[in-house]
Structure formats: structure tokens, C-alpha cells
Ligand binder design. Sequence first.
Ligand SMILES: N[C@@H](CCC(=O)N[C@@H](CS)C(=O)NCC(=O)O)C(=O)O
Length: 240
Amino acid sequence: MTQASTPHLIAYKLCPYVQRSVITLEEKGIDYQRTDTDLANKPDWFKALSPTGKVPLLILSEKESGKGSNKEVLFESAVICEYLDETTPGSLLPNDAKQRAQARAWIEFSTTMLNQIGKLYNAKSKEEFEQVQDILAQQFKRLNLELKNKELKKPAAYFNGEKFSLVDAAFAPVFRYFEVFEQYVEITCMQGLEAVQYWRNNLAQRPSVQKAVSEDYHQALLEFVKKREGYLAKKIRFQK
Ligand SMILES: N[C@@H](CCC(=O)N[C@@H](CS)C(=O)NCC(=O)O)C(=O)O
């Protein structure tokens, strides 16, 4: 028998991919449960459920049979977000197939940027940190161009104009890292990029984006970065 239940998100406090899923759940007004798991010490039930060993997971239903419990689970944040979008009213992706494909491509681009951010907080020296920041600067420059190329009457509040989309849900966690990092180190990669800055500020004010992390996110991220023992960790320690 399938139990009708609210979706259950298996999460981790600091995960940007989890944040994408939460933002989508919040934007679509979906009731959900959230359970945070310890990725440093993955419980057996989590390992059994997650084919990749990664969060987010979205448990859709639990089927009880004579053989025990069998859960229907989605993994991969992009898939989770699109499923949530497709199965609820309204859409956070464009109607036009070409624009939808473009939106998915930019979501991929945000993943590339998240990978660079991983290199940023792992960088061992100032030189390495700046090299990664230069790559991020090129990526932000490209985004700035894209935002400006849209030929909207006024600056784009969100990536596709006035309407919040899954592209915004994907980039909000990118910007969130810098809200913390810039308090400890000079962040130059968005300097002078007005369209990006405007977009970033609009995303930061969005209630769904604010709800995607807990109140102790800042402190938890600092602890996480300090354990990497890189250049950023040194700057954080120095300022405390
Ligand atoms: N492509 C995946 C990436 C998810 C991911 O990298 N999750 C990280 C946390 S942010 C994770 O669970 N890592 C655990 C591990 O790799 O062992 C998605 O979009 O959902």
C-alpha cells in the first residue's frame, strides 16, 4: 500500500544542492519534511537509499509490502527540482523548448561555479586562491553579459527577467558562499559587475532563498572551511 505523504527531503546543512531543492519546494508552496544527515558519518539507512551516497534525496512515498518497506526516492538536485516543478501548478522554467534548454544549460554552469568555489576554499596559498578567483571572475563576467544581453526594459531582477526560475534557485547558493567569505577575505570576482550584483541582491531578499539554510549556517560554514586548512581558513582564524 502506498502511503500518501508529504515529500521528505534528506539534506545536509551546508549543501548548495540541497538549497536548490529547498528553494524549489518553498517557491512551489509544497509541504515537506526535512531531515539533515551527517555526511561525515553516513547512516546505513542513508547509504541504502542514496545510489551516489550524496544529498539531496527526495523520498516520495513508502510502500509497505510483505517484504518490508520500499521507498520511492529521487536523487540529483536538478532532477528533484524539475520533478517538483512539473508536478505542481505554475512553472519555474520557460514554456519555450529552446529557452528551457538554455535555462538547463545555465543551471549546469552554476554547478561548474560551485566546483570552482570548492577549489577556492581548498586553495592552500594566496596565489592559488587568487588564481581560482580569476576563473570565477571570468565566469561572473560571462553571467553579467548574459544578464545585460536580455534586452529587458529594466535591469533583470532575476535571471529570466521578473519571474523567478530554477536558474535563480541554482545560483542563489553560489552567491551565499560569498556573503560569508567576503567578511574574512577580499572578494574581487564580482567587482564592477553591476547586473550580477543587482541579481545577487534580489536573490538574497527572496524568502525561499533565506529559508534554504538554518540560522547557524554562517558559523557552520566557517567551521567547515577551517577544517580545510587552506588560505581562507587562515584568514578566518586571523580575524577571530
Ligand atoms: N550532482 C549532485 C551533487 C550533490 C552533492 O555533491 N552533494 C554533496 C554535499 S553538497 C554530498 O552529498 N557529498 C557526500 C559525498 O560525496 O560523500 C546533485 O546535484 O544533487
